[in-house]
Design a protein around this ligand. Structure first.
Ligand code: DGY
Length: 407
């Protein structure tokens, strides 16, 4: 409806801090990597120049090794912890010291296809995105798949996927600190204190080792293979090749990277019959079907077993897609990545479903997500059983996907 379209545009422009967009005022007051890429997709529906600016601002803070960090701290904000001083990365504009799922190339491709006149701006991004993708391969791909060095790097902070790896992180010596997230939203919707202690221990380890990214993967306290980031990276390499072709520049090996990564996927196929996260230090699978697996179609990695899981999950909730198989006892309808449904993530899943020829399932996700937003507003995530809105409100990527995908 026209009202919601206008509201969505107002959220994007309201969260614009001048060339970059915050995910939501208060809870997330800086530029977050994958949030920003979705913001660009949203802006592209009414302001193509602003969309490219978003991607340019993000990639402007790339590290010399190719990493594009997960947070850019453009200006200080007391309302967030852990801030720039805790990370201590020493970058000219302070950033965090880890990355986040590389969706930028996928967004850039769609944005360019909607308005070809921006090809020069796309062409300028290609080398930066290619360097970032190569960074993933050098600093994160182990045993053929992406290992994340911190749950925050996956973007699915408190997913069950990380519990095994987190159990081996010692969070007992991190010292006193004051969380800020729970002063913005209800603590029951956020990760626990024990989880935060360990999140922080991993940050302290990175800082103590000079943010040597290869060392973090090979010697750090945590390395867990993430199906979600692996599938996103494969798709990003496919899309980077297409973006480069559309922009008339060389793809810098992107298509080849995608093929190499597809060849490594066996590492995350749980013999019980689904894509699963796996602790790369111990080899142990998580054993809980969760949202990373729903992105397999995005990477052209669907399998017959996954079709059955998809059907069961769709049948198990009122609002698709739950971030954990809703038939499992572990499913927790309101705790962040342990069950809730996330509008932006649904958009990503649906892109894959569409490309895999699953039009009906993709449409179910679109209709359900539209119902959630109409009923509850532009929230961060929702209870998939009854549609209760959760987390932060007036969320950038929720507004963005309303404009770019749902409408
Ligand atoms: C947080 O602080 O909760 C963020 O998700 C980290 O990126």
């Amino acid at each position: 409806s026209a009202d919601l379209d206008a509201r969505a545009r107002a959220i994007l422009t309201g969260n614009d801090r001048g060339g970059y967009t915050v995910p939501t005022a208060g809870l997330y007051p800086f530029q977050w990597n994958w949030d920003s890429a979705f913001a660009a997709w949203g802006f592209s529906t009414f302001d193509a120049d602003r969309a490219w600016t978003e991607l340019e601002t993000l990639t402007a803070h790339q590290w010399p090794d190719g990493m594009i960090p997960h947070i850019v701290f453009h200006r200080d904000d007391e309302g967030y912890f852990p801030g720039p001083g805790v990370w201590g990365t020493g970058r000219p504009t302070p950033t965090s010291g880890i990355s986040q799922p590389p969706v930028a190339a996928t967004m850039a491709r769609m944005i360019l296809e909607a308005d070809r006149s921006k090809a020069p701006r796309a062409a300028a991004l290609v080398p930066k995105l290619a360097a970032w993708h190569r960074w993933w391969i050098r600093a994160r791909v182990r045993e053929g798949v992406v290992g994340i060095v911190h749950p925050w790097e996956s973007g699915r902070d408190n997913a069950f996927d990380w519990d095994g790896g987190m159990a081996n992180v010692d969070g007992s010596n991190v010292g006193a600190y004051q969380r800020r997230d729970t002063s913005h939203v209800d603590a029951s919707m956020r990760p626990t204190k024990a989880e935060y202690d360990r999140y922080l221990a991993q940050v302290q380890w990175g800082k103590a080792h000079g943010w040597d990214q290869v060392k973090m993967a090979d010697e750090g306290p945590f390395l867990v293979a993430d199906p979600g980031t692996t599938f996103i990276l494969i798709r990003a390499c496919d899309d980077l090749a297409a973006l480069a072709a559309a922009a008339g520049v060389a793809d810098e090996g992107a298509a080849e990277m995608a093929e190499t990564l597809r060849g490594g996927l066996g590492t995350i196929w749980n013999p019980d019959g689904y894509w699963d996260s796996r602790d790369l230090r111990t080899g142990v699978f998580t054993g809980i079907l969760s949202a990373g697996a729903w992105l397999c179609w995005l990477a052209g990695a669907g399998r017959p077993e996954m079709d059955a899981h998809l059907a069961r999950a769709l049948g198990g909730v009122r609002y698709a897609m739950p971030t954990v198989d809703p038939t499992l006892p572990a499913f927790d309808a309101r705790r962040y990545w342990r069950g809730p449904t996330w509008p932006f993530y649904n958009a990503l899943i649906a892109l894959g479903l569409r490309d895999a020829g699953k039009a009906a399932e993709a449409e179910r996700l679109r209709v359900d997500t539209a119902d959630l937003i109409r009923g509850g507003g532009f929230y961060e995530y929702f209870d998939p059983t009854d549609g209760t809105p959760c987390g932060g409100k007036d969320f950038t990527w929720t507004a963005a996907i309303w404009l770019a995908w749902i409408r």
